[in-house]
Ligand binder design. Structure first.
Ligand code: G3I
Length: 390
């Protein structure tokens, strides 16, 4: 079972809603438990194993077992659900990225499918170019369809990710030595076909992913090198024609605070609007390090919304140097709350999506980025998310 899957399996421990109080020594939670989740006075609910939580006399109130490998930071006691609180705050969703390998785990799927937790999902890999058009003109949608169908079944919004990106681009595209006209046609065909395939099923598309370098210059790759900045217009126009109701986004990282890259993205928004290219939103990925959030998150969001686009945090995770400590977990709680609060305070920030499964394999010595720990216990960070929406 993957780390992500196990994590969500653990969530089953605390997802049932309190209906009454369990007596001292009575069951108060566990996978499949639908009875009371609060305990009689003088006792508190503690996890015995994923299938059985019990009202222990004199125990400290907690819905989760303490983690032996993380810290003694108190576990959150909230029973609020992230998407429920996001919607109550006027947002469209709180969401999560997911990926096809995880979908064989029924316990995980049951939590991912709980629209109380997640009102939106994003396929982490299965709609990217290498997955959808691995060779020219041959389109495969099997894995993307699986996630689209899951979202439909669950009544969740779906974010398409993505039409054009420098990464996970098959070598037939990047090394094909195509001229401008041919490459423009390849891009137009790709975005039209993929967005068209999911027409009517997608709330928003990351049409263009990560177009800038960190210094704010246009990222060099086959499309920008051959076509120039107008590759972005080709992709957006193709997407709009293929699914007129989908919100069209450009998505990037390190644009969450003011700076050269954020300014370049704002200038791109202005240029695209000036030349009549369709664009509805800017996705701010939100891959952060504990204690190192950019300043002025809210002002930065407002700089985008002032240009007439909506915004969303599309890939939020906040990693730390391991091992985690109580101080790091407490700072992570604050950081999650700070990010969610920034979105909550900006009317045209439509939602927040978490995306953390890539962290352990990418950053040696770093991890614990998600709102639950490696022992599948909800962390203070989860409370930070809930607090941010309140
Ligand atoms: O599909 C192959 C599989 O056939 C092979 O056996 C396996 C062996 O390593 O690799 C598989 O490909 C992996 C792919 O994910 C699908 O699982 C790649 O190695 C791996 O590099 C790739 O990582 C993805 C990464 O994008 C690529 O840059 C992550 O899962 C995905 O979460 C991550 O997502 C990106 C967003 O799209 C854009 N923003 C940043 C974010 C995090 O990097």
């Amino acid at each position: 079972m993957s780390r992500l899957s196990v994590l969500f399996a653990s969530l089953l421990v605390f997802v049932t809603k309190a209906t009454a109080q369990s007596p001292v020594w009575g069951q108060c939670g566990g996978i499949g438990w639908t009875g009371a989740t609060s305990c009689a006075s003088g006792s508190a609910c503690q996890v015995v194993n994923p299938y059985y939580s019990q009202c222990i006399p004199g125990a400290a109130g907690s819905t989760a077992a303490p983690s032996p490998t993380t810290s003694s930071a108190p576990a959150p006691t909230t029973s609020a659900k992230s998407n429920t609180v996001a919607k109550a705050a006027g947002k469209l969703y709180f969401g999560s990225a997911t990926d096809n390998p995880e979908l064989t785990d029924t316990a995980y799927v049951s939590i991912l499918s709980d629209s109380g937790f997640f009102g939106q999902i994003t396929p982490g890999n299965s709609m990217k170019w290498d997955a959808t058009e691995p060779s020219r003109g041959t389109f495969t949608f099997t894995n993307g369809d699986t996630i689209a169908n899951l979202a439909k079944k669950n009544g969740q919004l779906l974010r398409g990710h993505n039409c054009v990106w420098y990464n996970q681009l098959p070598s037939w595209v990047s090394s094909g030595n195509f001229d401008n006209a041919t490459l423009s046609s390849i891009l137009q065909t790709h975005c039209s076909t993929v967005v068209g395939h999911y027409k009517g099923q997608i709330y928003s598309w990351d049409v263009v992913n990560e177009p800038f370098n960190d210094d704010g210059t246009l990222r060099s790759f086959v499309f920008s090198n051959t076509i120039g900045e107008s590759y972005i217009d080709i992709a957006l126009n193709a997407a709009r024609a293929a699914d007129p109701n989908a919100k069209l986004y450009i998505n990037d990282y390190n644009i969450e605070g003011p700076g050269a890259k954020s300014t370049s993205m704002q200038n791109l928004v202005k240029s695209l609007k000036a030349r009549g290219t369709p664009l509805d939103g800017i996705g701010l990925q939100g891959h952060f390090i504990v204690g190192e959030l950019p300043s002025n998150l809210q002002e930065n969001l407002e700089a985008f919304t002032a240009l007439g686009v909506e915004v969303a945090y599309t890939e939020l995770d906040i990693r730390m140097t391991l091992p985690s400590t109580a101080a790091l977990l407490a700072q992570q709680e604050k950081d999650y709350q700070t990010v969610v609060t920034a979105c909550n305070n900006v009317e045209k920030c439509v939602g927040v999506t978490i995306w953390y499964s890539w962290v352990p394999s990418t950053f040696s010595g770093q991890g614990a980025a998600c709102p639950w720990d490696q022992n599948l216990v909800e962390k203070p960070a989860y409370s930070g998310i809930i607090a941010g929406f309140q």
